[in-house]
Design a protein around this ligand. Sequence first.
Ligand SMILES: Cc1ncc(COP(=O)(O)O)c(C=O)c1O
Length: 369
Amino acid sequence: MTESKRLFNFSSGPAVLPVPVLERAQKELLCLPGVGASVMEISHRSKEFEPIINGARANIRTLLNIPDSYDILFVQGGALLQFAMIPMNLLTGKTADYVVTGTWSKKALSEAKLLGNTRVTWDGNDTGYRRKPCDDELNITNDSAYVYICSNETIEGVQYQVFPNTGEIPLICDASSDIFCRPIDITKFGLLYACAQKNLGPAGVTVVIIRRDLIERSVNNIPSLLNYKKISEAGSMLNTPPCFAIYIVKLVTDWLLNDIGGLEKMYEINKEKAALIYSVIDDSGEYYKTHADKKFRSIMNIPFRLQSDELDKKFLTEAKEAGLITLSGHRSVGGLRASIYNAMPKEGVITLRNFMLDFAKNNPYNRRG
Ligand SMILES: Cc1ncc(COP(=O)(O)O)c(C=O)c1O
């Protein structure tokens, strides 16, 4: 019989969800309390679904301390559709500045290029996308429509420690792989968005937090479902929203607020978890190597390599046997990657740490061959 034991899952996304969330969803799968049907079987316009979508919105507002001057939208199409919706709605006739710090911001730029005028205000390509720029390296002009950044490059494992100061120019941020990993000052951003399948819930919904004055910029000659203004006016229900995914976002944000105790606490836990892995890497005498410069290392995604592809493969195989799964790097860069999102328990990180220590001891590189 196939075993159905949960293993420690280091997938970059869709990624691990908190066990209490899965247990609650399992309990309510056949029947939401007092409703007589599951969340997948009721109308999105019913009075039963209302507290779910409103609750998810309210939780997000509380967690990030979002003022009323921002709306919170639930949209579909993943982060990739935001790469297009942002220029479609906000690029109106001007030029947008893109800060290219890795695979995902590069991809966002290439989509925006299809839709309007863009300028690359910084590109880390020359140094292999190992760091984020400082403010004085950014060449932002006063007439820019917006400045686009990716707060955490999931593939390269590079994360902003301090966000750029763009003054009056709206700062737009893809926070898909690090939303809710730490407290942030949302008022620094014109728009911040995240696909759900890393730190928020299952794939299928994307959360867009947008300043209301920017919503007004949306032009009329784009399809309704791509128009922030129309989505906002319809309370994210222009059509049937992904009800189940929104329900899980509600449960995940309940968990962050009630079980974890908010983002300050989550941040402390995340820093501690990341340090457990980075310290093994740093103390390994270059047996393990990370990609990012130390100052810009991500606390969510840790790409690393051993001394050879062969050793990487051996590591993956043995890790899997030890119950540590999905540790391979992105197909574009290879190597290994440990994604340690909010829901990855400390126990999982400690198990990986011990595995890494043992592996290095049992497979000394310079004695090979
Ligand atoms: C930072 C970032 N942006 C965008 C994406 C693309 O997300 P989606 O598959 O929802 O379009 C990902 C997915 O891994 C990501 O990590």
